[in-house]
Design a protein around this ligand. Structure first.
Ligand code: ADP
Ligand code: TYD
Length: 214
């Protein structure tokens, strides 16, 4: 399909662990590049100093309370947006279409599963005020499928990677998406299918935006 878009986009991928986000980020980046976009793909937690602390907690190298982790993500996200060298706002200003593997809905879901969802939303309000995605793409898979996928080819599991937690996180995603449906553009796709079918669905949705952005 021929796609012409004048405007560069900001797209966030969301989903539980193993839902296929990074696979779809890659496929969408290829399609958008073919359509003439300069694409910058990025991920949260970031590889900044703050992101490194978060990864050390997930890998059980250091220990921290859930509330501390939620706060670290608030800071990591602000730096992800505002960093003068390679922040998302700078990349958008430079004309890139930015695709992020996780953004604030991840915080709503992962931290909302352990503390007040309203607090997490409020704590991320600076980021939401700075930049809302043109589209949040939620890849929905059964928690059991996600766990099976991440266990394959991995000897150890990270902090949030238990079936009980993934069930809670998926439920919180739906609660947060319901709560914010007035403010956010959200597309939910069935991730229990082949990567190609999921990518085709996502492309159809993006193409609709492309037309309206002309
Ligand atoms: P995430 O970034 O959400 O954790 P990945 O894209 O890394 O997910 O996918 C997790 C694992 O599942 C990888 O081994 C990947 O090859 C596989 N995978 C991704 N999408 C699908 C799919 N639609 N069907 C089956 N396996 C998939
Ligand atoms: P990562 O290894 O990138 O997992 P995945 O490939 O599934 O995205 O680690 C991301 C982990 O961080 C994942 O378990 C979700 C969690 N997370 C939060 O708890 N809060 C957040 O705000 C974000 C962005 C991620």
């Amino acid at each position: 399909m021929e796609l012409k878009m004048k405007r560069n986009l900001f797209i966030a991928f969301e989903g539980i662990d193993g839902s296929g986000k990074s696979t779809q980020v890659k496929l969408l980046a290829e399609k958008l590049t073919e359509a003439g976009h300069r694409v910058y793909s990025t991920v949260e937690p970031t590889d900044s100093y703050i992101g490194t602390i978060i990864r050390d907690i997930f890998n059980h190298r250091i220990e921290a309370d859930h509330r501390t982790i939620a706060g670290l993500f608030v800071a990591d996200r602000l730096d992800h947006l505002l960093n003068k060298a390679n922040g998302i706002l700078k990349k958008l200003e430079d004309g890139f279409t930015v695709i992020t593997d996780r953004y604030y809905f991840s915080s709503y879901a992962y931290h909302g599963a352990h503390m007040s969802l309203d607090w997490v939303i409020e704590a991320n309000s600076l980021s939401a005020g700075l930049l809302r995605p043109d589209l949040n793409i939620f890849i929905d898979i059964a928690p059991e499928t996600g766990m099976d996928r991440i266990k394959r080819g991995r000897s150890s599991l990270e902090l949030f990677e238990t079936i009980e937690n993934q069930v809670k996180v998926r439920a919180k995603y739906f609660e947060a998406m319901g709560k914010l449906k007035g403010a956010e553009k959200i597309f939910i796709t069935d991730g229990n299918r082949s990567p190609e079918l999921i990518a085709a669905d996502i492309w159809t949705e993006i193409s609709k935006m492309g037309t309206s952005a002309l």
